[in-house]
Design a protein around this ligand. Sequence first.
Ligand code: MEV
Length: 307
Amino acid sequence: MKSFASGKIILFGEHAVVYNRPALAVPVTQVHADVEVLDSPHKGIFIHAPGIDLHAELNSLPADHPIASVILKLFQRFGISQNPNLEINISSTIPVASGLGSGAAVSVALIRALSSRLSHSLSDDEVNALAFEIEKLHHGTPSGIDNTVITYNKPIYFIKGQPIETLKVGKPFTIVIGDTGISAPTKESVGDVRLLWLRDTTNYESYFNEIAQIALVARRSIESGKPELLGELMDQNHALLQKLTVSSPELDKLVQAARNADALGAKLSGGGRGGNMIALADQAQAASVAQALMSAGAKRTIITEIA
Ligand code: MEV
C-alpha cells in the first residue's frame, strides 16, 4: 500500500490561529511525504526512513516517537493487539522544521497507507482527527491547521475547532517560497508566543485581532478574484509577526529582498524564527523574485500557483 501527502504553506494568520483567529493555508504539491507499507517475511514491524536515518523495529522505539506514535495510535484505534509483520518505508522531500508541514504530512500519509493495509477505511475527517492527535503529542498547543490543509489537500480558511471551509480561488495567483535553511521547531516559537501573551495579554490580543482582520480581508480578496491585494496584506501581516517576535534577521532579509525584486508583498510563513517566507509575485516576475531570494541567502525556493 502506498500513500503520499503534500506539504503546506500558511498564507495568513499563523500564531494568531492558535488563539482562535482565522488563518489561510494552501497545499504545496511540489514537496511531499511518501509512505509504502509492505508485507514482510520477518517478524515485527520494520521502519525505514533514510531521510532521518531511522532504521528500526517498532518495539525498539519509544512510544512517543513521532512515527511509532502514529502506528500505535492506529493499532489502538482498530483494536489490533498482535502486530502484523510489515515493512514501512517513509521518504519525504519536505524540509523538516521549516513551516512546510513535514510532520503532519508524514502522519497523514502513514495513517492512510497503514489503514488501507489493515483493511480499515478511514474518512478524511477521521484521518484528520488522528493526525491532529499526533500533532498535539509533538507540538504543544497546535491549532490543527497543518493536519487539516494536508489531509484535505485544498486551500482552506481555518478557525480552530470549527468545520473546515474550502477557499474558492477567484483568480489564480503565484507565490514564491524562500527557505532560510534554518530549522526552527514550531513548538518553540508557539511556546514563546504563549509566554509573551500571558505576560502582555492586552497587546498580544490586539495583535491577534489585527492579524484576524488581515485574514478576513485576504479571504475576500482571494474569493473575489483580486489576489493582487494580498501583497499589501502580506506586508502588514509580516510587521505584526515581527511584533510577536517570531521573525528573524534571515527571514527579514529574504522578505526585503523579495520586495526589492518587485514582489507585490512578502511575509514569513509558519512558526517563524527560521524556516520559510513567502512572496506574492506576478507570474512573469516569479523567477526573478526566486533568483533574488537565492542571492539574498535562501537555501532553496519553490514557485507555486494557487488555483
Ligand atoms: C504552524 O504551521 C502554524 C502555527 O500557527 C502553529 C499552529 O497553528 O499550530 C505557528
